[in-house]
Design a protein around this ligand. Structure first.
Ligand code: LLP
Length: 419
């Protein structure tokens, strides 16, 4: 029996009737592997979060834009948000209608905004000057404004998007000016949105942000949509038994707030949330291969093909991902060690799991990086002119499907103009 150190996938049945060694053999390494069952479960949990008739979930596609995953998410009844024309193009290809896409703009050019308006996609603006731009392009139009009510939260300062230290949203001091600009162009402020940040595991900040936003919404009589943003965190420390975000009390509190708001406002305005990570993070394991083990002075390294071009989160945010070990041939050596799992990029910071206490890792082992589905492939790059990995899906029917091929060397050369 080959050795498995699989504290997470051993419990959640991630591999279904296949196994990581077989997948790496067939599709190569590194490899993003997704599990459809888990993806659908997460969609349903968000869809059923509240008891309020006019509630919708906009999946925040920046977390993962794989076309096949987007199709599944659409089948589950979710809508989508988009940050760019590129995301819109993929969402359209996945079958989303313009009316189910919400464009959340940030510092966009007039050309980009004009094209989104032309497509009939609802636009959210992020500043008074971008509202002015919208007014010039679409006088008399319906628009959503992103407010910054002063509440922020997130797993790292880089992903806190509400409060004083962020570029996002319109600050309350400017609400009057925002209305003036809106009136000047005969606009209808039919939407208000916010997003306080990404990756919170307690509900307080989200509830506080929601409370504040709903209070402000009372001053806007034309509302059709209120979008509360995403940010719902997932337990990245599953191997240590970290708790999940408790959705039941959060949902109950939100349901109560929404109903009270509807009663006070006089209408059941559509209310949306915008989770990205919660939907896609946990349905994915990133597989890599150990090609070297070495000790440099007192430090032990397992050298893999998981460079930060493949998964940048640990390098960019000091983010933690649980790591598993799969040994194609061989037993547990019984030894444990403190080891840094590193990649193949020419930078010392190229570490996917620094100084972990793990069973001894050997050359030829496969490494599984847990919860890699959100901001994994979507933030990957060709740095060091490395090829981005393939993506495969373990379907609910128990098949394995290639859902994106690995880059080819010719992809690296494709954009160059000869001179
Ligand atoms: N809505 C808006 C307007 C956003 O900017 C974001 C994420 C979301 C929704 C979805 O947030 P989520 O539910 O996924 O937390 N690359 C970072 C996260 C950046 C989030 C950017 N905005 C990471 O890997 O942790």
């Amino acid at each position: 029996m080959p050795y498995r150190y699989d504290l997470v996938t051993g419990k959640n049945g991630f591999w279904e009737n296949t196994d990581p060694v077989r997948l790496a053999d067939q599709y190569g390494s590194p490899l993003y592997v997704y599990n459809e069952r888990i993806l659908r479960e997460r969609c349903r949990e968000m869809r059923d979060l509240v008891d309020y008739p006019n509630f919708h979930v906009n999946y925040s596609a920046k977390a993962n834009t794989n076309l096949s995953l987007l199709r599944i998410i659409r089948e589950e009844g979710l809508y989508v948000d988009a940050m760019s024309l590129g995301e819109i193009a993929i969402e359209e290809a996945a079958g989303f209608d313009a009316k189910h896409i919400f464009f959340i703009s940030n510092n966009v050019s007039p050309e980009e905004m004009a094209e989104v308006i032309r497509k009939g996609i609802y636009v959210g603006v992020d500043s008074v000057s971008q509202l002015e731009m919208f007014g010039q392009l679409c006088p008399g139009g319906k628009v959503c404004v992103r407010l910054n009510t002063g509440v922020g939260a997130g797993h790292n300062a880089k992903v806190v998007t509400g409060g004083h230290e962020t570029k996002f949203g319109i600050d309350p001091e400017l609400y009057d000016e925002m209305r003036r600009v809106s009136d000047k162009y005969g606009l209808h402020l039919t939407g208000i949105n916010q997003h306080i940040g990404s990756g919170f595991l307690t509900s307080e900040e989200f509830l506080e942000g929601t409370r504040r936003l709903l209070e402000v919404c009372m001053d806007y009589p034309e509302l059709e949509t209120i979008d509360l943003g995403g940010g719902f965190g997932i337990p990245y420390h599953k191997a240590d038994g970290q708790d999940r975000l408790d959705l039941a009390p959060l949902g109950a509190e939100l349901s109560k707030m929404f109903k009270e708001f509807a009663a006070a406002y006089g209408r059941e305005v559509e209310i949306k949330i915008e989770p990205g990570r919660y939907i896609v993070a946990e349905c994915c394991v990133l597989l890599g291969t150990v090609y070297d083990t070495k000790t440099v002075y007192e430090n032990r390294f397992a050298g893999t093909d998981l460079g930060f071009n493949v998964l940048v989160r640990p390098v960019m945010y000091d983010a933690w991902h649980d790591v598993e070990i799969y040994r194609p041939n061989g037993e547990d050596t019984g030894k444990r060690q403190v080891v840094s799992v590193v990649g193949n990029i020419c930078e010392s910071g190229d570490t996917i799991a620094p100084k972990r206490e793990l069973p001894e890792i050997l050359k030829g082992d496969l490494i599984g990086v847990m919860d890699a589905g959100a901001y994994g492939y979507s933030m990957s790059s060709n740095y060091n002119s490395r090829l981005r990995p393939a993506e495969v899906l373990i379907t609910t029917e128990g098949e394995v499907k290639l859902i994106r091929r690995r880059d080819r060397l010719e992809d690296l050369l494709a954009g160059f103009e000869t001179c």
